[in-house]
Design a protein around this ligand. Sequence first.
Ligand SMILES: CC(C)(COP(=O)(O)OP(=O)(O)OC[C@H]1O[C@@H](n2cnc3c(N)ncnc32)[C@H](O)[C@@H]1O)[C@@H](O)C(=O)NCCC(=O)NCCS
Ligand SMILES: Nc1ncnc2c1ncn2[C@@H]1O[C@H](COP(=O)(O)OP(=O)(O)OP(=O)(O)O)[C@@H](O)[C@H]1O
Length: 198
Amino acid sequence: MLTIGLTGGIASGKSTVSRRLAELGATVVDADAIARAVQEPGQPGLEGIIAEFGPSVLTPEGRLDRQALGAIVFADPEARARLNAVIHPLVRREAVRLAAAAGEDAVVVEDIPLLVETGQHGRFDLVLTVQAPAEERVRRMVEDRGMTEADARARIAAQATDEQRAAVSDVVLVNDGTVADLLRQVDRFWAERVAPRR
Ligand SMILES: CC(C)(COP(=O)(O)OP(=O)(O)OC[C@H]1O[C@@H](n2cnc3c(N)ncnc32)[C@H](O)[C@@H]1O)[C@@H](O)C(=O)NCCC(=O)NCCS
Ligand SMILES: Nc1ncnc2c1ncn2[C@@H]1O[C@H](COP(=O)(O)OP(=O)(O)OP(=O)(O)O)[C@@H](O)[C@H]1O
C-alpha cells in the first residue's frame, strides 16, 4: 500500500486533485465527508457537539445547523478548539479504518483539509499540498458558495498557511492557472512519484 496525505487551504483545489487521483486508480478517503457522517443524528460527533454547545446549534428537525455552528467557531478560536477536540479524533479513527480496508495493493489518498493543523503528516508515505492564490480562493467562496468576504477570510485565518503546509510536503501543486494545468500537474505527480512504486 502507498498512502498519500492530500491537503491545502479551503477552496484551493483539493477535490479537483482527488477526483483525478481517483481516475488514475487511487482509493480516496475524504475527511470532510467523514466529519459530516459523524455529525448525523445519533452519531457520536453530533452527540459531542450537543454536549459542548447545547441545542442552539440544532435545526428544528434535530440536525446540525452548520451555519449556526460555523458562525460560532470561525469567530472564536476557543470554541473552534472545543469543536475540533470532539470531531477530529472521530474523523482520524474512521479515516485510518477506511484506508486500512483498501487492501495491500491500493494507493490510498486521504483528502484532509487540516492535515498540518492536526499533526498527521508523519503517517503518510507522501504528503501532497495544493496551493492557490488567497484572493482567488476568497472569490470562489464568495461567488460560488455564497459566503460573505468576511466569512471567507475568517476560514482562511482559521487554517495553517501555505508555508506551513509546504514545510511538511513532499510535493506542492500550484493551482494558479486553468483546471487543465492543475490536472497536468497531478498526472505528472502520479507518473513520477506513484507509478514507479506500484
Ligand atoms: C463548523 C462546520 C459545522 C461548518 O460547516 P460548513 O458546512 O460551513 O463547512 P464544511 O464542513 O463544508 O467545511 C468546509 C471547509 O471549511 C474548513 N474547515 C472546517 N472546519 C474547520 C476547522 N475546525 N478549522 C479550520 N477550517 C475548517 C475546511 O477547509 C473545510 O474543507 C463544519 O465545518 C465542522 O463541523 N467543522 C469541524 C470539523 C472539521 O474540522 N472539518 C474539516 C476537516 S475534517
Ligand atoms: N484552476 C482553476 N481554475 C478555475 N476554477 C478552479 C480551479 N481550480 C479549482 N477550481 C474550482 O474552484 C472550486 C474549488 O475547488 P475544489 O472543490 O477542488 O477545492 P477544495 O480545496 O476541495 O475546496 P474545499 O476546501 O472547500 O473542499 C471548484 O468549484 C473548482 O471547480
